[in-house]
Design a protein around this ligand. Structure first.
Ligand code: HEM
Length: 503
């Protein structure tokens, strides 16, 4: 009798686990416990990339051309993969939440902290604070322009010194990640008032940790997050242990920085950067004298972590894609150089004021953003309540992901989406012409807050380096591969470039 009852209960549980909600987006069938995880894994292995794997699965459901539905472990996951679906998702306030789960909370002491993966009023208050103070410490004044121009010049001088050390004619440089410190400095000067030199070991280690982290996870989360029971029984194999260790090390670094600020800042002082401004609110409240309860020291650490992750990885990798394609395509490099010589000349360094007069270099920047974003997903969203997406039913708490491949590989927008072509952003008169639906920084309430900083860095690093050097494949080397390495965001494979000063 008992056995019979157990069989019935198990049967009902399995039925509930594999049953799709009515009018849920089409997709592979769900197996007990694992859902459609195996279908995704198989397709990802066969195509070599998660983005391509999802695209291939979607092709099996031609009548579901905009969104596709999965279940991975405990999570219902819906992926938007057409331009229209992405726009609908980002502009639907019912899908403005961020998911729950160990992946999202382990990184911040099992609490929901920071700005990247929080939602509701807490997120709104903190986002508003960052936006206001980024303006104050850079965006709205000449500050950001000066900071980015200076960092591009530091990069230029480091290249020059390297070439001098190698005998003065040229140097072979390991390219991906060469620029990461300069990119990070532009953000960190506004956040913390600090710039790091290229030989700062602790910062190099931190960037390495972050790079590893982004390579080992994906935007759907990690195995331990979809299957939380694995945290206890397989902490290493599920990726939980390394995820935790990496975050512990990152937190140690930021705690030290915040401590330094606490020692050197008095509430009556004028804040010099975003961390100071945050401490001022913590010590003496905002302009009304009260601090919102979302402000705390742990939250400040989480903000540092989030800004570091959101700001440096993304920009650095876009810069890497830009230089990869400049090395692979000397004719594009030459066209940039011609525009630089015509508009700026060789007697002064590029400035952000030149940008408006340099459509070709600007088009290279936009094409690099397309190449970075086309193989990535947005940060996961969550349905705050039952809602609709492309007329499908999306139950409350479903994870909703945007797959930018849909926009950036759309043949209706880009003639040949697979080739790197700045012409995608120029009209027949070589004037800048940006497609209406070009959203590398997303849209809606979670739209990126770092767009202008990222674009400024890309433009200035491109023009400052190309104004002064030729970048080529070293003799005897193959052209660097343009097949990206998978991860939460795609990376450029290791390659070397020969840097030669212009005569
Ligand atoms: C090439 C560089 C960058 C790209 C392509 C990029 C792209 C994006 C995208 C697509 C989102 C929306 C995520 C979503 O909800 O789906 C986002 C959000 C965000 N970005 Fe960026 N980003 C870049 C650089 C930066 C920089 C430099 C910063 C820091 C100043 C930054 C800070 C953020 C933050 C804090 C969010 C979360 C906003 C929120 O949820 O309210 N990003 N970014």
């Amino acid at each position: 009798m008992i056995i019979f009852a157990v069989i019935i209960v198990v049967g009902v549980l399995i039925y509930l686990d594999i049953r799709k909600p009515k009018n849920f987006p089409k997709g592979p069938s769900w197996l007990p416990i694992i859902g459609s995880a195996l279908s995704i894994k198989k397709s990802r292995n066969e195509t070599g990339m998660l983005v391509k794997g999802v695209k291939r699965i979607a092709e099996h459901y031609p009548d579901a051309k905009d969104v596709i539905g999965f279940k991975i472990g405990k999570d219902k996951v819906v992926i938007t993969h057409s331009t229209e679906a992405l726009i609908e998702m980002y502009t639907n306030p019912d899908i403005d939440g961020r998911p729950y789960g160990p992946f999202y909370e382990t990184r911040t002491w099992n609490l929901r902290r920071g700005v990247l993966l929080t939602d509701g009023e807490f997120w709104q208050t903190q986002r508003r604070f960052i936006q206001r103070h980024l303006k104050e410490f850079g965006y709205a004044r000449k500050g950001m322009q000066e900071i980015c121009e200076n960092e591009a010049e530091f990069c230029l001088n480091d290249f020059r010194n390297l070439i001098t050390k190698k005998g003065g004619k040229s140097a072979v440089v390991t390219m991906p990640n060469y620029f990461s410190l300069y990119v990070l400095n532009t953000l960190w000067l506004m956040m913390a008032g600090i710039r790091y030199n290229s030989d700062h070991d602790e910062m190099k280690l931190l960037q390495h940790l972050l790079f590893e982290l982004f390579t080992n996870i994906d935007m759907m989360g990690a195995t331990f997050s979809h299957f939380p029971f694995l945290i206890k029984i397989a902490p290493e194999a599920s990726g939980y242990k390394s995820f935790l260790t990496c975050h512990t090390n990152i937190h140690k670094f930021f705690s030290k920085e915040v401590e330094k600020h606490k020692r050197n800042f008095h509430p009556s002082d004028e804040p010099r950067n975003l961390i100071d401004a945050y401490l001022k609110v913590l010590y003496s409240g905002d302009e009304n004298g009260t601090a919102d309860e979302s402000f705390s020291e742990l939250q400040l650490l989480a903000l540092c972590l989030d800004m570091f992750m959101a700001g440096s990885e993304t920009t650095n990798k876009s810069v890497n894609f830009m230089f990869l394609h400049l090395v692979r395509n000397p004719q594009i490099q030459q066209k940039c150089r011609e525009e630089i010589d015509r508009i700026i000349g060789r007697n002064r360094l590029p400035s952000l004021d030149d940008r408006i007069k340099m459509p070709y270099c600007e088009a290279v920047v936009l094409e690099s953003l397309r190449f970075f974003m086309k193989n990535t997903f947005g940060i996961p969203h969550r349905a705050l309540r039952d809602t609709k997406l492309c007329s499908y039913h999306i139950p409350k708490d479903t994870m909703v992901l945007s797959m930018f491949y849909g926009i950036f590989h759309d043949e209706r927008i880009f003639k040949d989406p697979t080739s790197f072509d700045p012409g995608n952003f120029l009209d027949e008169n070589e004037k800048l012409s940006i497609p209406d639906k070009f959203y590398p920084f997303a849209l809606g309430k979670h739209r990126c807050i770092g767009e202008s900083l990222a674009k400024s860095n890309l433009f200035l690093l491109c023009t400052t380096i190309i104004q002064n050097f030729h970048l080529n494949t070293p003799p005897g080397h193959d052209k660097p591969s343009d097949v990206p390495i998978e991860g939460a965001t795609p990376s450029v494979q290791d390659y070397q470039a020969l840097i030669t000063p212009r005569l």
